[in-house]
Design a protein around this ligand. Structure first.
Ligand code: NDP
Length: 308
């Protein structure tokens, strides 16, 4: 009987993960279907209960905005899910559900690729404090970063993130700071790595920060799977940049292995991603596709300060 894997998010229409995972199942001869479940937060507990209640399910992916909310709904957390307080993948152990966070290994691949042959830096600025940012901050702590400053539109969420990491960050400086351009600029001047883990730039061609605060030697990673305005500005100023493609691919590959017990066909998944993107499909993770409209790109500005 065909097994089921679902992506739970809100919204989830036109998922790139769907194309990527279905291609992997088909390539490996696994009789499984990847389904998209658009569930508002209020419907999340029922969705999780449905997966727990039927052997038909191999598991699930969880995306915006549920990654943190799903944590208390599963029965066991892996070390990475526990450490981040966020779950993006669920597997079944009999009637028990296990919450994993494969964004963590996905982020590691993306960071290693961005840093390349350079020495791993020690100071980073992270924009955003949602589920994605939690995987980023955890990954940076594990890499040995000594100072990480988290900026978020709603400061209390960044403060909650810092509090969550209290123990694992005890040996280093992890700070939440209010979203003011002058403070971001001052922190960027001391940093080597900038990660955008907000969804600013996802649906419109704006950058979270003005181009002139981005130093030329910065390494800039945008989790959004597109050549965002932030990345274009950074590249134009001489920075090294990467988008969220590698993270998306490798979080998906890790999830595939968890559900099936088999190595993921990453080349097949990569091709499916590229094809879906070229075909104008947008992801459940929200990545806009293709290059931004040049006309809009020329006129759009930075997202500015808090509340943008
Ligand atoms: P969440 O919904 O958990 O968090 C969204 C974040 O974006 C919050 O920090 C939120 O700030 C901020 N934000 C949203 N809109 C605005 C705005 N208009 N102005 C300022 N801040 C804003 O989402 P995730 O953390 O799961 O995802 C965040 C981004 O990372 C998405 O673009 C997603 O596509 C990407 N991502 C990519 C992955 C990949 O594999 N490539 C993996 C995970 C995420 P506030 O708290 O103040 O609302």
């Amino acid at each position: 009987m065909t097994k089921r894997v679902v992506l739970i998010g809100h919204p989830v229409a036109h998922s790139l993960s769907g194309a990527m995972q279905q291609a992997a199942f088909d390539d490996q001869g696994i009789d499984a279907a990847y389904e998209l479940w658009d569930r508002a937060p209020i419907a999340l507990p029922d969705a999780i209960a449905e997966i727990r209640g039927s052997d038909d399910f191999l598991g699930a992916n969880v995306t915006i905005p549920h990654k943190e909310r799903v944590v208390p709904l599963v029965d066991r957390l892996t070390e990475e899910a526990q450490a981040t307080g966020a779950v993006n993948t669920i597997t079944r152990e009999g009637k028990r559900l296990v919450g994993h966070n494969t964004d963590v290994p996905g982020f590691k691949v993306a960071l290693d690729h961005l840093v390349g042959r350079q020495k791993m830096p020690r100071v980073a600025v992270v924009l955003g404090a949602g589920g994605g940012a939690r995987a980023v901050v955890y990954g940076l702590i594990r890499e040995g970063f000594q100072r990480i400053v988290v900026f978020n539109r709603h400061l209390h969420r960044a403060e909650g993130l810092v509090k969550h990491f209290g123990r694992s960050a005890a040996h280093m400086e992890l700070k939440a700071m209010p979203w003011h351009e002058s403070i971001i600029e001052a922190e960027l001047a001391k940093s080597k790595v900038l990660v955008n883990a907000t969804s600013i730039g996802l649906t419109s061609d704006i950058s979270p920060i003005p181009a002139d605060v981005i130093a030329p030697d910065l390494l800039v990673l945008d989790l959004i799977y597109a050549r965002t305005r932030l990345l274009r500005d950074s590249e134009a100023g001489g920075s090294t940049v990467a988008d969220g493609e590698l993270m998306l691919l490798h979080q998906g590959a890790a999830a595939f292995t968890l559900w099936t017990g088999q190595p993921a066909p990453t080349d097949v998944m990569q091709k499916a991603l590229s094809k879906a993107r070229a075909g104008g499909v947008r992801s459940a993770e929200g990545e806009p596709t293709g290059e931004p409209d040049v006309a809009t790109a020329g006129s759009a500005g930075s997202a500015g300060s808090a509340g943008a």
